[in-house]
Design a protein around this ligand. Structure first.
Ligand code: SAM
Length: 471
């Protein structure tokens, strides 16, 4: 169902774009949104009859438009995070990365407003093994969804936190790249999410602009000198877009970068020269010109170090948080059992839960865990229950799950039953004990096979499919 566009919004579009462009944009907002997906580069992509792939998204590798929207919930490979459903304009982040960041050896990246995880899953796919990503979301229920999506994506070098921009800002000069996909008035989502039309008022732009200034100002101190700040919104409003970029250039040691484009992409560059002679550049995706939703992005670079750098406290101490009944040798032995290659990781106990952190990220992990409220750290291996370690779904879905662990292949109907947390009827000869379940070669989680031949389903309750699905 589409709602009429607010008259104040339409007259602002006419003022900003001229009446012909404004009309073309309004017409585009009445059409069905295009659907696009992005493959997980660390999980192979089997032939998938659920997805009718058409053209490639031109500015992002391994991303495709679909001919129609399938019922993603009915596809076990969606739950295995073989792909992420993301609107195409947002994937332009991949192009910015290729232009400015991919040549850097190691980077510590913050995605400051990250839920539900579209940009974070893309960033995780772009990082090399020595680099890391902190995906943060301030709203707790949304942070839980972010943690779920990042766990499923399976990267080993990602953390999920739930903090305010002020908390993050205290980590002076810590991040080499900060992505601020700011909360906004959502005008670019009007056709995808009609509720955004109803929430919009003529005060929305001013209110959001004020909040966006606070967010960028709070986060600025945690950007390293020469670091990149990528600012984006899904709105057309200059108050929330160019005005924020100008605010950063005028008030902070920041310069705005021009992003090379191909003309056939139809992305509109806005350029303004400030009285100081500096230029600011912004990039607009309009649904009547590009196949995607409304989107704005700008890329800035910090040009001076202004704050004393935050040092990792207790830098050389073992980052164990609590005393634990597992010796270091036992922890390492669990890592060898579950991970391949295990030597790349160090164990970390938090209470009764065992995590694996990439060796090269120990110091980063320590600072993040000491300074922020962390919901995901590296790979969660399992939780001690008595003398047993109950394996976590995080390790099952990770890129580094050992290929030698026992596993059972499920049909689509069995996989859906498993994801609904129902009883799974197993084939006759199943190994007793902990077993991975797979669909089309991709792990979904754990079951425990009992001596009776039955099994207990360990798919997380809060992730289970609640919808009825006919297979
Ligand atoms: N980057 C996400 C993605 O690609 O999936 C979408 C992020 S959404 C546009 C903006 C996020 O900012 C929301 O999850 C919202 O909860 C969060 N947010 C709201 N108010 C905020 C604030 N004051 N400071 C920081 N983040 C805020």
């Amino acid at each position: 169902m589409s709602f009429p566009l607010p008259p104040a919004f339409v007259s602002r579009l006419q003022h900003d774009l001229g009446s012909d462009e404004a009309l073309a944009l309004q017409n585009a907002l009445q059409t069905n949104p295009p659907i696009s997906i992005r493959h997980n580069p660390h999980k192979f992509f089997p032939n998938n009859p659920h997805l009718s792939l058409t053209n490639a998204v031109p500015w992002c590798d391994k991303a495709y438009y679909l001919a129609q929207r399938p019922l993603f919930t009915a596809d076990p490979l969606f739950h295995a995070a073989c792909y992420y459903v993301q609107e195409a304009a947002s994937m332009f982040l991949a192009h910015i990365w290729q232009q400015f960041i991919s040549s850097l050896e190691t980077v510590c990246v913050l995605d400051a407003c990250a839920a539900p995880g579209g940009k974070s899953t893309l960033l995780a796919s772009l990082l090399n093994k020595q680099s890391c990503l902190v995906s943060n979301e301030v709203v707790r229920p949304r942070a839980n969804v972010l943690a779920e999506n990042m766990t499923k994506w399976g990267s080993t070098n990602t953390f999920v936190t739930c903090n305010t921009p002020q908390d993050l800002g205290k980590l002076h000069n810590f991040f080499d790249v900060i992505v601020i996909d700011a909360p906004c008035s959502g005008e670019g989502m009007f056709r995808k999410d009609p509720a955004a039309i109803q929430e919009w008022t003529s005060q929305s732009n001013a209110f959001c602009s004020q909040r966006q200034r606070h967010i960028v100002a709070d986060l600025y101190p945690c950007l390293a000198n020469n670091g990149y700040l990528i600012y984006s919104t899904c709105t057309f409003s200059k108050q929330e877009n160019e005005d924020i970029v100008r605010y950063l250039v005028e008030n902070y040691a920041m310069t705005c970068l021009q992003i090379p484009l191909l003309p056939e992409w139809n992305i509109i560059e806005s350029q303004e020269t400030l009285p100081t002679g500096e230029n600011i550049f912004g990039y607009h995706f309009y649904p009547h010109l590009t196949t995607g939703e409304g989107f704005f992005v700008a890329c800035l670079q910090k040009t001076a170090e202004e704050y004393p750098t935050t040092k990792s406290k207790n830098k050389n101490k073992n980052p164990q948080k609590n005393t634990t009944s597992l010796s270091l040798a036992q922890q390492k032995s669990y890592l060898s059992n579950y991970l391949a290659p295990a030597d790349d990781f160090v164990p970390l106990m938090d209470g009764d839960t065992l995590f694996a952190i990439p060796q090269c990220l120990q110091n980063v992990a320590q600072t993040v865990m000491q300074s922020l409220y962390c919901l995901k750290k590296g790979i969660e291996i399992g939780t001690l229950k008595g003398k047993d370690l109950v394996p976590s779904v995080g390790v099952a879905l990770s890129h580094c799950i050992s290929p030698t662990l026992p596993r059972i292949a499920l049909s689509q109907a069995q996989a859906i039953a498993y994801l609904r947390r129902e009883e799974v009827v197993l084939p006759d000869a199943c190994p007793i004990g902990w077993c991975l379940v797979q669909y089309e070669g991709h792990c979904l989680g754990w079951i425990k096979v009992l001596s009776s031949g039955r099994c207990n389903n360990y798919y997380p309750t809060h992730w289970k499919i609640r919808m009825n699905i006919e297979v």
